[in-house]
Design a protein around this ligand. Structure first.
Ligand code: SAM
Length: 456
C-alpha cells in the first residue's frame, strides 16, 4: 500500500489552527483582520494576541506550497527573491503608500508605466491591490510603508521623510539602497581569498560594494552618507517589537532610581518605550558621539519630556573602551552582538563585566538561531533555554513561520560580515567573559528573545 503524503497532515494543522483562531475571535466578539482592513493598533493587537496559534498554520501553508509548486516555479521564487526587495524599494522611494492614501494624481519622479509593473508584481504578493487596470490602492500590507506624512511635506524635505515616522519605510529604503548594493557583492567577497575567512566588518560585501575598508558604523558617518545614517537610525528606532523589551525581564522589580544602560542604543527608541511604563528607573543610552548627539537633539526638538527631564540621557561612548557607568542595575543591548565577530563581542562583553557590580544583570536582545533538527535537550536546565520544536511533518524550527532571524542572519553577513548566533554560540561568548547564562525569555516572532546573564 502506498504511504500517504504529508498533505493530509498539513491540511489538519491548517484546519485546526484556523478553527482555534476563529473560535477565539468569536468568544472575544472580534473579527480577525483581513488583508483589506486598515493597519490600526487595535487590529495589530488582535494579530499579535493570536501569533502562537498562527505559527503552525503559516509553517504548514508554506510547506503545502513547497510540496505542490512545480520545481521550476519554486526555484524561480528563490532565485528571483531579490526582485521583491527591489519592487518594494521602488514603491517606497516613490512614496506610493502616501500618494495612494491621499488618493489623487500627485507628482512622482517615476515613470507611471514602469511603476505600474512594480506595483502589480507586489499585488501578487498581497502588497497593494489593483482595483481596476493600472489603478492601485493600499492594503494592510502596503500601509506599513506609509510614514503618515503628506506627499507635499515629503517632497518639500525628502531627507526628513523618516523623522518621527514608524520605521518600516526607513528600513525599506536602507535595504533597497546600501544593503542590496552590498548583497550584489556577496559571492565575490566569499570567494576572494583576501576576504573569504575574514571576521572583520571592513571585509564585508557592503564595504566591497562601496570600495571602502571600515566598519559599517564608521562608514555611515562618512561625508555623503548623512541621509543613510539618519535613515538607519530611524529604521532601528522604528523596530520596536514591544515584547522584546517590555515583556520577559522584570523591569518593575528593579529598585527606585536603578540605572539601566542601553549599550549601543542608537536613537534610544527602546529606552523611551521602557520609560513610558517604568518611570522609576534612570536610562542611559550610549552610542557613538555623532549618533548620541543627533538623538539627544532630535528628541529635545520634538519636546520629549523624558529626555528633557533627564529620565532618559544620551551618552557618547565607544563600547570597545572602558564602560563609564559603574553602578548599572542592567546593561542591555539589542542588535549589537550580531554586528560583531566573536573576538569583538568578547571585547564588548569584557568591558561590561569589568564595570558590573555583583548584582548587575546583562540582557542581550538578539536573534537566537534554532537548528532545523530535533534538539538534544542540552539547555533543558535553563528556563526558556529550549526553543519549541514544531510537530511533524512541519520543519522542526517552524520554517518560514519563524524565519525572520534566518533572513537577518544572511543580511548581517552582507553588511557587517558577521552572523546571528545559536544559544550555544552566545553562551560561549558569555563564558569567555565572566558572565553566566541565567535564563532566556522567548516570544512569538517578530519579537526577539532576551538572554539574561549574571556575573560569575
Ligand atoms: C544595529 S544598531 C542597534 C541600535 C539599537 N540598539 C536598537 O536596537 O535600536 C547598532 C548600534 O550600535 C552603534 N555602535 C556601533 N559601534 C559602536 C561603538 N563602537 N560604540 C557604541 N555604539 C556603537 C551604532 O551607532 C548603532 O546605533
Amino acid at each position: 500500500m502506498l504511504t500517504s503524503s504529508d498533505l493530509p497532515a498539513l491540511l489538519r494543522i491548517i484546519t485546526n489552527g484556523i478553527t482555534a483562531i476563529e473560535s477565539s475571535c468569536t468568544q472575544r466578539g472580534i473579527r480577525y483582520p483581513s488583508l483589506d482592513d486598515s493597519l490600526t493598533p487595535e487590529s495589530l493587537a488582535i494579530q499579535e494576541s493570536l501569533a502562537e496559534e498562527a505559527l503552525p498554520v503559516i509553517a504548514a501553508a508554506h510547506q503545502v506550497m513547497a510540496t505542490l509548486m512545480s520545481s521550476r516555479s519554486f526555484h524561480q521564487k528563490i532565485i528571483y527573491g531579490s526582485q521583491q526587495s527591489v519592487a518594494i524599494g521602488v514603491a517606497e522611494a516613490g512614496h506610493v503608500a502616501e500618494i495612494l492614501r491621499e488618493a489623487g494624481p500627485k507628482p512622482t519622479a517615476l515613470s507611471p508605466r514602469k511603476l505600474s509593473h512594480y506595483l502589480r508584481f507586489l499585488t501578487t504578493l498581497h502588497v497593494f491591490k489593483e482595483i481596476s487596470p493600472d489603478v492601485f490602492a493600499n492594503n494592510r500590507r502596503s500601509a506599513v510603508l506609509d510614514t503618515g506624512k503628506s506627499v507635499k511635506e515629503i517632497l518639500a524635505d525628502p531627507d526628513a521623510k523618516y523623522d518621527g515616522a514608524p520605521g518600516a519605510a526607513a528600513i525599506t529604503g536602507t535595504n533597497s539602497d546600501e544593503f542590496l548594493k552590498g548583497a550584489g557583492h556577496t559571492v565575490d567577497t566569499l570567494l576572494d581569498p583576501a576576504t573569504s575567512h575574514s571576521q572583520e566588518s571592513a571585509d564585508s560585501p557592503l564595504q566591497r560594494a562601496f570600495g571602502k575598508k571600515m566598519d559599517l558604523f564608521a562608514w555611515y558617518e562618512l561625508p555623503g552618507n548623512e541621509l543613510r545614517l539618519r535613515r538607519f537610525g530611524h529604521a532601528m528606532r522604528g523596530v520596536q517589537l514591544k515584547a522584546s523589551i517590555l515583556g520577559g525581564f522584570d523591569w518593575a522589580a528593579l529598585l527606585q532610581g536603578s540605572v539601566v544602560v542601553d549599550v549601543g542604543g542608537g536613537f534610544g527608541g527602546l529606552d523611551l518605550e521602557l520609560a513610558k511604563d517604568h518611570k522609576h528607573l534612570q536610562y542611559i543610552c550610549q552610542d557613538r558621539p555623532q549618533v548620541a548627539e543627533q538623538a539627544n537633539k532630535m528628541w529635545r526638538d520634538q519636546g520629549n519630556q523624558d529626555v528633557i527631564s533627564g529620565v532618559v540621557k544620551f551618552q557618547p561612548h565607544d563600547f570597545f573602551g572602558p564602560q563609564p557607568v559603574k553602578n548599572a542595575a542592567v546593561f542591555y543591548m539589542r542588535y549589537i552582538l550580531h554586528d560583531w565577530s566573536d573576538a569583538h563581542c568578547i571585547e564588548i562583553l569584557t568591558q561590561l563585566r569589568a564595570s558590573a557590580t555583583p548584582d548587575t544583570k546583562l540582557v542581550v536582545i538578539d536573534a537566537l538561531l534554532q537548528n532545523n533538527c530535533l534538539s538534544d535537550g542540552k539547555w533543558k536546565h535553563i528556563p526558556g533555554g529550549e526553543a519549541e520544536v514544531a510537530p511533524a511533518p512541519l520543519l522542526p524550527n517552524f520554517g518560514i513561520a519563524k524565519s525572520d532571524e534566518a533572513y537577518v542572519d544572511i543580511l548581517v553577513m552582507t553588511v557587517t560580515n558577521t552572523q546571528e548566533r545559536t544559544l550555544d554560540e552566545v553562551n560561549t561568548l558569555l563564558e569567555a567573559t565572566g558572565w553566566k547564562l541565567e535564563r532566556v525569555h522567548r516570544f512569538p516572532p517578530p519579537s526577539l528573545p532576551q538572554v539574561v546573564a549574571i556575573p560569575v
